[in-house]
Design a protein around this ligand. Sequence first.
Ligand code: ASP
Ligand code: MG
Length: 411
Amino acid sequence: MATIVQKFGGTSVGTIERIKRVAERAVKTHRAGHKVVVVVSAMSGETNRLLGLAGQLTDAPHHREIDVLVSSGEQVSIGLVALACCQMGAEARSYLGHQVRITTDDAHGMARIRDIDADSVVKALDRGEIVVVAGFQGVNADGGITTLGRGGSDLSAVAMAAAVKADVCEIYTDVDGIYTTDPRVVKEAQKIERITFQEMLELASLGAKVLQTRSVEFAMKYKVPIHVRSSFDDSEGSWVVPEEEGMEGAVVTGVAFDRNTAKLTVLDVPDKPGTVAALLGPLGEAGINVDVIIQNTASDGRTDVTFTVSQTEMERAVALADGVAKQLGANGVTADAHVAKVSVVGAGMRSEAGVAVKMFTHLGTAGVNIQLISTSEIKISCIVDENFTELAVRVLHDAFRLHEPTGAAAE
Ligand code: ASP
Ligand code: MG
C-alpha cells in the first residue's frame, strides 16, 4: 500500500467529462489499496478569465483581493472532483488551502510555503477517504488567502506529497512526459525516462514548461519523486528522481529555449568599485530577475555592462537602468527584445570536457551568432538572435544525438 499524490492540471479538469476521468483514476487507485491525495488546478482558462475580470476594474495591484478572486477557480474544481468521486461510491472530501492547512508568507500572488500541517489530511487518509486539495492556494498568518504564483498547483502537489510522506507525486498533464526538447520544434524529440531533480530544475528555469520551477526546487529539497504522465492514458511517463539512484548521466539530457528574453547594455559605465551593484540593485528591488550578466574588460576607465531580463520586464528594466546610468555618468542604455536563450542541460557535463566547444562549433557551422554565454555545472546557455531560436535548438538536438532513444544519447 502506497501513498500517492495525483495532481491534475487545468486541461485535465477542463470539462465535466474530464473530471469524471480524474475521479475514475483516483477511485481506481484507491480501490487498488492506496492512500490517495488529489490536487487540482482550476478548469483550463479559468484563472485567466478571473484575472481578466479584475483587469476590467483596475490595473492597480490590490494583490490581496486578486488572490481572493483567482483562488476561487480551484475551489470549483475540488468541489466537482470530490462530487464525482462520491458519485462513484468512494468517500471523498475536498479541502481548501486553509483547511489543509498550507501556511505561506504574505507575498500575495507569489507566496512561499512556510509550513503544512497535514494532520487532518493524514487522519482522513487513515479513515479511507480520498482527499481532494485545492492547488495554487495557501493561507498567511492573518488567515488571508494567498496564491503561489502561476502554475502553482504543481508546487501544492509536491508540498502535499512531502507533508504526507507520499511515495510518489504524479503530475498528470496533456503531454505524456518530459521531452528532450519541445516536440513542436523538433519532431524527433524523445520522451525522457528518468531525469535528475537538478537537470529538471535547470530545464524548467531555462524555459521548459512542463513543471513549475519552484515545484522542482521543493521536490529536490524534500526528495519527492515526481512522475510526469498523461491524464489521457495509462502509459509510463517521465520520472524526476534524486541523482544517487544509479543513473547513467547523459552528457546532454535536453535542450531548452526561452524567447521571453531581452538584452540590455549600459554603455561606458565608470570602472570603479560598486557600480555594477548600483546598476543592478534597483532592478532587484523592483523584483526584476536579472539573468546572464557580462561585464567587459575596462578601457579608458570605462566598461559596458550587458545583462538579460525577461522580455515582459524589459521596459521597466530600461527605465530603472536609465535612471541609474545617468546618476553614474554612464553613456546610456540600449535594449534588444529580439533575442532568445538556448541552453543545453546534462548532469554528465560535469565530468566531460568539450561540451561547450561542441555547442559553439555546431552553432557556428549553422550560422548562428552567439551574443552572450553563461554556464553552470550542468548547463550552457547562449543568447542568440530570436529568429535563429528554432534552428539553434534543432542543430543542438541533433549534435548531441538526442533524437536517439534514451540511453543511446549518453555517447
Ligand atoms: N490555476 C493556476 C494557474 O493557472 C494554478 C495552476 O494551474 O497551477 O496558474
Ligand atoms: Mg501547469
